[in-house]
Design a protein around this ligand. Sequence first.
Ligand code: UFG
Length: 329
Amino acid sequence: MRVLLTGGAGYVGSHAAWMLHRAGHDVWAYDNLSEGHRKAVPEGRLVVGDLMDRTKLEATLREHKIEAVMHFAALAYVGVSVTNPAEYYQNNIVGTLSLLDSMRAAGVNRIVFSSTCATYGTPERVPITESEKQSPINPYGFTKLVIEHALADYSHAYGLGYAALRYFNASGAAADSSIGEDHDPETHLIPLVLQVALGQRENIKIFGDDYPTPDGTCVRDYIHVDDLATAHLAALKNLNDGSQLKLNLGTGNGASVMQVVEACRKVTGHPIPVEIVGRREGDPPELVADASLANQTLGWQPKYTHIEAIVASAWHWHQQNPRGFVRGE
Ligand code: UFG
């Protein structure tokens, strides 16, 4: 299929772009490079453009005769969304509405949307099923939930076929280490711990060890970025006019912050000193997916089910790219 990936130069988007490309799809990344990396995109497949530029978006959809969109482009720092919500509402909501309108104008009727477990806020039951109440506790999660509602309404009114894929904690890197995780600034646990192993930081600060979890540190469901990519491919195949898929993507295995650090010690052989500091605002104690619906609907199953394997793939990338993608590339 001819597929446009907004945010296709970003972390999850670029892994999906490569997987689709290798599977023989005609792939175009549409990215303003505010966070993404030119080098992460298959050669000659990048259109530099902004979601707010409707003229360019629509022209790109028409020019490449796009049949489906995967919408990764978003701001995704929970903390910044609290201090600068305007940017998040503009980019994640207004930007996405601009995309949906451009799609309607160009007659593109299929979309796979990057949603998040942050739409659940602090869940009442773990593992989390899709029927859990969606009650976000930060603007980032709220912007994603608003778009889930917009997709449902557009589907009902205009026959849009969509899949909202609710990622848990995206992590790891491509098996051949050709692309990986590089955020600026980096705030995610695994890359930060690996920076300690690389000698780039002294220790890892653990945000709270007094949560109601087995070792007192927060539990998350780390899902490998290539497993997210295969779920996108499967969702794309499943979409029809008016499809409304809402699926959790996780492994179903929780790992605490301490367990992630321990996995990093094993994989890297570095002692990785830790420092316990206060809780980070807005962190729920435990987020673990029940992803059985994705399994039933898409026949999807993650390949990476153990935190050590996920950490090992990230470590290979970080060892080979200790400065990440060189800036501007
Ligand atoms: N953590 C630390 N120290 C650090 C960084 C993180 O202890 O230096 C802890 C966090 O408190 C959290 C866990 O490690 O308990 C994972 O934190 P990340 O920042 O790696 O990931 P989050 O769970 O906060 O965020 C991820 C995605 C978001 C998404 C969110 C949903 O990155 O986009 O899950 O909860 F919104």
